[in-house]
Design a protein around this ligand. Structure first.
Ligand code: ATP
Ligand code: MG
Length: 413
């Protein structure tokens, strides 16, 4: 039996939603490991101690997250020491790992960080591949307590990289785990569910997890079993079935982001990209430049928010803006074409739209977006109607623009 404790005042006061327990529980579930209880406590030492001492009978593993950082409100290590009657001291291994980490980051270690290496005596260190604070574990009788930092990104990395294999092994399971992440855009979680329902191989050793992250969904296939080769084959067959059903919406079989997929395509073909952004305000460029190596194919993005900017920087004719408005098919086309010609790139991509909440009209309501795409051979633009908040409309516009470019470069079979 496994219990999870998430620690932090930001959780108990409702400022932050607890993502960590959800992620850990999902990962444990796909590995065939059940969680009997999840509790959340604030940063107060007494509360953490009580939570650590008050486990259900039969609990073998307790996973705690949060409160291992350098600040005064991070009190999990002292609480753990008190709960198990241990002294606190500077842990040499944790210190060395942390020093290495700061060296890799090219930063001097701040004095406050030393606190992160002050841990209960006799604990075992759990390396953190992402951040600076190590995790640690303590054995108490036949129970093992595993402490991880609170930052969700670090929790995710340490759960997949350490926690699951560790618990499987420690609980005597000889199972290995094979997982694969597929990325879907164009279908919501419920639609994917509906399409796949009843059509996947009935393989008890393989499970499918849905991780929606607006505006896309990651599907994680996880297989478990003794024989790695056999599990890999089952996972492969499972993925094949999914591809048969929703293949046109799958843009990655290896978990890459859309901008990584687009970047790899441009790179492979030796092609280049320039962008003109109005309603996304640079969001597309931000995503493109988040990919290492993007300087090899990305030339520029001009954020032309006002009509004046569209005229001055992209030579969009005033007459076109007056006649059709900035949010229009002809303006999206000319933005795409002109940015491509000015930048002398293979492709020009342009977006113009009404992100709201104001600025809509009966003919062009909030969420009206035009996306233009230009290459030497052709220039096209399409109209879309998105909905939701300003932020969601921006996110969706960037996603659809990248997707349009991707399908233009690599038409679906
Ligand atoms: P740090 O070194 O950053 O201080 P930490 O181990 O002390 O790490 P916390 O201070 O508890 O962790 O949390 C770090 C960040 O992670 C905070 O922004 C916090 O809101 C977030 N966080 C902590 N626990 C959770 C959780 N269960 N779900 C989602 N976010 C969380
Ligand atoms: Mg902290």
């Amino acid at each position: 039996m496994i219990e999870i404790i998430t620690i932090g005042d930001e959780l108990t006061c409702g400022r932050t939603a607890d993502e960590n327990s959800r992620f850990i529980a999902q990962e444990l579930a796909v590995a065939g490991l059940g969680v009997s209880r999840i509790i959340t406590v604030g940063d107060a030492v007494e509360g953490i101690i009580r939570a650590l001492q008050d486990m259900l009978p039969g609990t073998r593993f307790v996973i705690a997250t949060g409160g291992l950082g350098p600040t005064d409100d991070d009190r999990t290590a002292p609480a753990a020491a008190a709960a198990f009657g241990r002294t606190l001291g500077e842990n040499r291994e944790a210190m060395a790992l942390m020093e290495n980490r700061y060296r890799e980051f090219g930063r001097a270690m701040p004095p406050a960080a030393v606190k992160q290496a002050v841990l209960p005596e006799g604990c075992r260190i759990i390396p953190n591949p992402v951040g600076t604070a190590c995790g640690f574990s303590i054995d108490d009788g036949d129970r093992q307590f595993l402490f991880l930092p609170g930052v969700p990104e670090e929790v995710r990395a340490m759960t997949s990289g350490f926690l699951i294999p560790h618990i499987l092994q420690a609980s005597g399971s000889e199972n290995c785990i094979v997982s694969r992440t597929l990325k879907v855009f164009g279908l919501w979680e419920s639609q994917i569910h509906e399409l796949l329902r009843g059509s996947l191989p009935a393989t008890p050793a393989v499970s499918l997890g849905y991780y929606p992250q607006y505006p896309e969904v990651s599907l994680k296939i996880t297989g478990t079993g003794r024989d790695r080769g056999a599990v890999e084959q089952e996972v492969e067959a499972f993925q094949h079935s999914i591809s048969e059903i929703i293949g046109e919406y799958l843009y990655s079989l290896t978990g890459e982001s859309l901008e990584e997929v687009v970047g790899a395509l441009l790179n492979k073909r030796g092609e280049t990209l320039a962008i003109a952004e109005s309603c996304t305000g640079g969001l597309i460029a931000h995503r493109i430049t988040g990919v290492p190596g993007s300087s090899g194919y990305f030339d520029r993005s001009v954020v032309v928010y006002s009509n004046r900017a569209k005229e001055a920087l992209l030579q969009v004719p005033r007459e076109l803006l007056d006649r059709h408005g900035a949010v229009s098919m002809p303006v999206a086309r000319i933005m795409a074409q002109n940015v491509r010609q000015l930048a002398e790139t293979t492709y020009g991509l342009a977006v113009t739209g009404i992100a709201g909440p104001g600025g809509g009209t009966p003919e062009k309501p909030v969420g009206t977006v035009f996306i233009g795409l230009s290459s030497a051979a052709s220039t096209q633009a399409r109209q879309y109607q998105f909905s939701g908040t300003r932020e969601k409309i921006k996110i969706m516009t960037a996603q659809v623009a990248l997707n349009l470019l991707k399908t233009f470069i690599q038409p679906r079979a």
